[in-house]
Design a protein around this ligand. Structure first.
Ligand code: FE2
Length: 287
């Protein structure tokens, strides 16, 4: 008996753009600027994954943020975080750092490894206008602190945020109600995962190993590796069938429906607020 009665179909597939950020880290921008309205409240998703130190060793030296949250999920590797509030943490294998930039801080995110694989994601989650200038905050969530559940079809679900399969995730957010799960499909083909999702919540999946089919009615849409599938805002959930050892993330949230104004690492509602952010940064008010 499925909890999902009318599965959401795929609106479009998106190929990420290879780019560089920080001091020269190679990454794939999966959710780019042109999708911010469509995928409100999510502003950006970068995927990184390489076993070549030259692709990641330069890291992300000191830089500011204001007006949103960054969620960094480290699948493999070690990254040291330091910020202007004196906070420091080591993000590693399977852990998440959830940082609320609020009114502003500066921080660095630097690899703490000289070889081996570094793989993960950084998601930017918007803050509602009334909370954009809140106090900065962050939480390092170690891998063992992320709730996991295995479905009857043997899909391992890591619940980073929101609720899945009746399991409450490591983080909850009131206004945007983000769902962020990482799915590890079993070593046999064909396991189906289902997740209830309100139709009004914008949702997408990204496959980082293997491949899936999004099932909707009598049809299905194949989603190959390294593709994002934006889900239609119709239906009551997701049904997805994976090939053996597939891994994918599912991200969904309630849109804020507020104007989005971005200038680099600052995301506010108006151009005037961006000018203020730049002035505040130059005046040293972000640490
Ligand atoms: Fe950053």
């Amino acid at each position: 008996m499925s909890a999902v009665k009318t599965a959401r179909g795929v609106e479009r597939l998106v190929i990420g753009q290879d780019t560089q950020d920080g001091a020269g880290v190679r990454l794939t921008r999966v959710l780019s600027h042109d999708l911010q309205q469509r995928l409100d409240p999510f502003l950006m998703l970068d995927a990184f994954g390489s076993d070549k130190p030259d692709d990641y060793i330069a890291g992300f030296p000191n830089h500011p943020h204001r007006g949103f949250e960054t969620v960094t999920y480290m699948i493999a590797g070690r990254m040291r975080h330091r910020d202007s509030g004196g906070h420091e943490g080591l993000l590693q294998n399977g852990g998440v750092q959830w940082m609320t930039a609020g009114r502003g801080l500066t921080h660095s995110e630097m690899p703490e490894q000289e070889e081996g694989v570094m793989e993960g994601f950084q998601l930017w989650l918007n803050l509602p206008a009334k909370h954009k200038l809140c106090d900065p905050w962050y939480r390092d969530i170690q891998s063992e602190e992320i709730p996991e559940v295995t479905t009857p079809q043997q899909v391992l679900v890591r619940v980073i945020a929101g609720t899945s399969q009746g399991v409450t995730g490591a983080m909850q957010r009131e206004h945007t109600e983000p769902l962020y799960v990482d799915l590890h499909f079993p070593s046999t083909d064909g396991a189906v995962f289902e997740q209830a999702l309100p139709a009004t919540h914008n949702a997408f999946i990204y496959v980082y190993r293997g491949s899936v089919e999004v099932l909707h009615g009598d049809a299905s849409t194949a989603v190959p590796v390294k593709r994002m599938a934006i889900l239609r805002n119709a239906g009551d959930g997701l049904l997805v069938r994976g090939t053996a050892n597939t891994r994918m993330i599912l991200i969904a949230g309630q849109p804020l429906r507020e104007p989005i104004a971005q200038y680099g690492p600052f995301v506010m509602n108006t151009r005037e607020e961006l000018v203020q952010a730049v002035d505040d940064f130059r005046a040293g008010l972000m640490g």
